[in-house]
Design a protein around this ligand. Structure first.
Ligand SMILES: CC(C)(COP(=O)(O)OP(=O)(O)OC[C@H]1O[C@@H](n2cnc3c(N)ncnc32)[C@H](O)[C@@H]1OP(=O)(O)O)[C@@H](O)C(=O)NCCC(=O)NCCS
Length: 164
């Protein structure tokens, strides 16, 4: 089956596209319309991207055969005093994933997810975490790909997966 896309390692100049995908993740709910600048400067979200690409940052970009970036998954280590929504520990990277709306439900997200888990393992990370709101269908995708719920909040869960 022709996928129509491939993946490559995320680089420093991908920061703008990662910003686009961070906005998609923040606005995942139908009708979510937080403006880009508001998401990227908010205390909750800026920590996932500010200063990209730091030495421990890593990620993957999905590229359509036409050469356009259509999705991204990346991770970063966040300190205990500035944790992300899915903070598990200072040595456990937290994952962000987003796919361009026109490219959803075509296998890009699952491919990125599998790839980023493998990448994290190859970089010496035993586990990777994420945070997902309870009513986001992506929760089922994460579960199917081996993530398990570690902590439950009122609205969102922290999920973790071993990389090996
Ligand atoms: C979540 C997201 C990254 C998944 O990427 P994707 O490329 O759409 O996912 P895939 O095509 O690989 O599909 C994975 C599974 O989810 C299912 N799926 C895809 N879109 C769906 C939808 N809108 N509702 C329910 N299930 C859906 C697919 O059917 C597939 O399952 P299957 O293989 O059993 O059929 C993407 O939809 C996205 O960017 N959403 C908005 C941002 C977001 O929610 N980010 C995550 C925040 S935690």
């Amino acid at each position: 089956m022709v996928q129509g896309f491939s993946t490559r390692r995320a680089l420093q100049p991908d920061a703008v596209f990662l910003g686009d995908m961070l906005v998609e993740a923040a606005n995942w709910r139908a009708g979510g319309m937080r403006p880009r600048h508001e998401v990227l400067t908010s205390a909750d979200h800026r920590r996932y991207l500010a200063g990209w690409k730091r030495s421990a940052d890593d990620g993957l970009i999905a590229i359509a055969d036409e050469g356009i970036s259509v999705g991204a998954a990346w991770y970063r280590l966040l300190p205990q005093n500035e944790p992300g929504f899915g903070f598990v520990g200072g040595a456990v990277p937290e994952l962000i994933i987003g796919v361009h709306p026109l490219w959803r439900a075509r296998g890009v997200g699952r491919t990125l997810l599998r790839g980023i888990v493998e990448l994290a393992g190859s970089q010496g990370h035993a586990r990777i975490s994420l945070s997902v709101e309870r009513d986001n269908f992506a929760r089922n995708l994460y579960r199917a790909e081996g993530f398990t719920v570690m902590t439950q909040g009122p609205l969102r869960d922290t999920m973790v997966r071993r990389t090996a």
